[in-house]
Ligand binder design. Sequence first.
Ligand SMILES: Cc1cc2nc3c(=O)[nH]c(=O)nc-3n(C[C@H](O)[C@H](O)[C@H](O)COP(=O)(O)OP(=O)(O)OC[C@H]3O[C@@H](n4cnc5c(N)ncnc54)[C@H](O)[C@@H]3O)c2cc1C
Length: 460
Amino acid sequence: MADYDVDLFVIGGGSGGVRASRVAAQHGARVMLAEEYRVGGTCVIRGCVPKKLLVYASRFRAEFEDAAGFGWTLPHATFDWPTLIANKDKEIARLEAAYTATLEKAGVAIVKRRAVLADAHTVQLADGQRVRAAYVLIATGGAPSYGDPIPGIEHAISSNEAFHLPRMPTHVVVQGGGYIAVEFAGIFAGLGAHVTLVYRGENILRGFDDDVRQHLRMDMEKHGIRVLTGCKVAAIERTGARFSAHLSSGNQLTADCVMFATGRRANVAKMGLEEAGVAIAKNGGLAVDEYSRTSVGNIYGIGDVTNRVNLTPVAIREGAAFADTVFGGKATAVDHTNVPTAVFSDPEVGAVGLTETQARSRLARTDVYKAMFKPLKATLSGRDTTVLLKLVVDGVTDRVVGCHVVGEGAAEMVQVAAIAVRTGASKADFDATMALHPTTAEELVTMRQKSATYAREAAE
Ligand SMILES: Cc1cc2nc3c(=O)[nH]c(=O)nc-3n(C[C@H](O)[C@H](O)[C@H](O)COP(=O)(O)OP(=O)(O)OC[C@H]3O[C@@H](n4cnc5c(N)ncnc54)[C@H](O)[C@@H]3O)c2cc1C
């Protein structure tokens, strides 16, 4: 690799790029990383981390309300959006500095510029500098997509801008049915806005278990979020300081913030990929093999730009696996099955493994166990909410193949349940595990009554 300026050039300093750079450098590679915006990428700067901070902020409203049933009398609580945003920005800046320091300590050279491919071994920086690299890793992530163009789309914001609104909106229209849309609907509603979620499909959270989708929608509506499905925003018009969102159903909504969370596209455009011969997959991301290698032998792609499973821990795992494969002498493929996922909505969702529908289409026999009940805390708080816990079991092997939870602590529960699902625990193992009382999670090991059994032959 002596003929090259560096052994590895990483384009993109997000979750995947940062981890790949650090591990490759630890394996002895000479690494350079280019980042055009801020080190840390989507997750740290305008994704998971700032979102979760806003979610925490939004949940205090319910906590204050619930306190009354437990004997507390609180003065009228007020909320200040600029304080939240300033504190959030301070924490994000701290994290960005920490990520930068970690890279520098590992010996990674950071260039704060846009980088594109000039050819398979040459990276062109925005200032004209060219760097020759033995290997190139594309870790450029994704960006919000607004879908088909509509009149007035320039008035809509995406999640990127939602983190920097100058003031807290009072009436919000969120278009989209995915996790980002649902989460921001919960954030704005929790912070006091009137929120309408508009989604063109028949129900929110496509891809999640149908009971989860139904349950979450019901609880969101109970908590005051209006959910309109089967329609979409067809035009946005400015009316003074506010906006009118014209819906395809003919209705009109007035709002001071219209947010589109209508999906994300992989950052593959104007990257010199075509010129270098790097193939794009049907899903719009980089086409890669199980080792994240593209159609060009020395160019790899990881994270959201490959549009496989677009989550931070997956990008991180793919980054480390790439570095171990290419520079650590250990070919490592990432297992994309049984990836746990959460929606930090109100209430929260956690899920791992197969949905009931997936299990029924793939397994000879599927058993389903479900529990739905009012959580203990809600007995005194009086909050109108229920939790849902659901296990999907392979009826032939008794293996638990899916775990789905809606309710407080769902994400934390499912992170732990994911170990059991991944390691092949059976329903009998769940049953043999002692309950931890009084918790919501104990229901996962005490559900004895099947709520349904489906034999594939019978269903067909
Ligand atoms: C609102 C929101 C909430 C989310 N919440 C969660 C969550 O709760 N949990 C979870 O697991 N995931 C969440 N995600 C997804 C998660 O953020 C991504 O899966 C993850 O950041 C992907 O990492 P990455 O390294 O592939 O890309 P990114 O983190 O997007 O990093 C790519 C980097 O490349 C840079 N870049 C792009 N092009 C160039 C170029 N040509 N030259 C130089 N630099 C370039 C970009 O500026 C960016 O910093 C969320 C995403 C969003 C948008």
